[in-house]
Design a binder for this molecule. Sequence first.
Ligand code: ATP
Length: 363
Amino acid sequence: TANIERESRGVPVILKSCGKTFPDGTVGLKPFDLTITAGQTVVLLGPSGCGKTTTLRIIAGLESPDKGGRVMFGDDDVTDVPIEKRNVGMVFQSYALFPNMTVSRNIEYGLRVRGDDSAKRSARVKEMLAMMQIEHLADRRVDQLSGGQRQRVALSRAIAVRPRVLLLDEPLTALDAKLRDSLRTEIDQLLKRLGITAVYVTHDQGEAMALGDVIVVMDHGEVVQSGSPRDIYFTPSNRFVADFIGTVNTLTCPVQAGQIQFPGGQSLSIADLEDVCDNGQSLVELFFRPEAVSIVNPGEGLLTGEVAAASFLGEKTRLRVRLEDGAVCTVDAPGDKAFALGDSVSFNVSSRSLRSLGGGGVC
Ligand code: ATP
């Protein structure tokens, strides 16, 4: 095994009542608690300005939380420990590398600062170059590298010191889609293999789902929901989370005598839906994902409408369907089936996939 794999594993990270009000009065973050298990990757996900970077900066020690907030690395209270003594690794969207130094010198940087001797430094640099498959670039200057190569160097530099926590702020945003996907997979494998505790900031839900052991969805300085990617996807706690993670359709339907009335006249017994409680309510708000539908013969499905838009995406065709009450749904049809605008289209949604927001669940 390589040396770096034998060094100590990541630590748990615990935020207790961490909030942040900036000197100008802006509330960047409302006080919240977060516990990150050692070796896990937590993704902070949310729109611009929701407080992701502020959270990361508090963990790093670049920002202190408001009075009363605590940051713990395992049993170690680091709230008042400066950044250079916290032993965190950081990777940003813009590389923050030294452009006119070689790749090797960049990777070596943290090891030098920490005072490792030259033999130890060169062994670790070699190990990192091999791990990130950039041996051939060792003597190249950073300003002669592509964006993807630079991010490999930035990752190598951050990991070389074997940080207690690795912090990544939108590290793939500047890269093109294909490169982003492949580097994302590599980062995932690397974090798992090394057992690094990582906090990863992104506004990209695909990245969050692929990388996170836990996703923390944030909005306006607050944690809206946290859970596994599957929890967040299948049981979003509200409309904001449902919309943010993928595409979602919502239907508000009347209920009469325990029967949910769908636009177009079909009905389903509310008792048949796993995730929706029968409280004698007169309206239910249901949601379903585009991929949860099955297309059936025109007129034979739970919902029927006409094709308002069709995008062929290869394995599937994504349709916008205008239902009989005027509402528009997004549904996926098999890619080999062609649709023209105005075609009548009918589909079923399984009772398992028709859910209520906020996780009715326990009835
Ligand atoms: P983005 O994805 O755009 O980076 P973010 O989710 O990381 O957004 P933060 O950078 O954490 O958001 O900012 C949260 C809020 O705090 C925003 O409203 C921002 O304008 C504000 N903020 C951040 N830094 C400061 C500062 N130094 N002074 C005042 N307000 C700030």
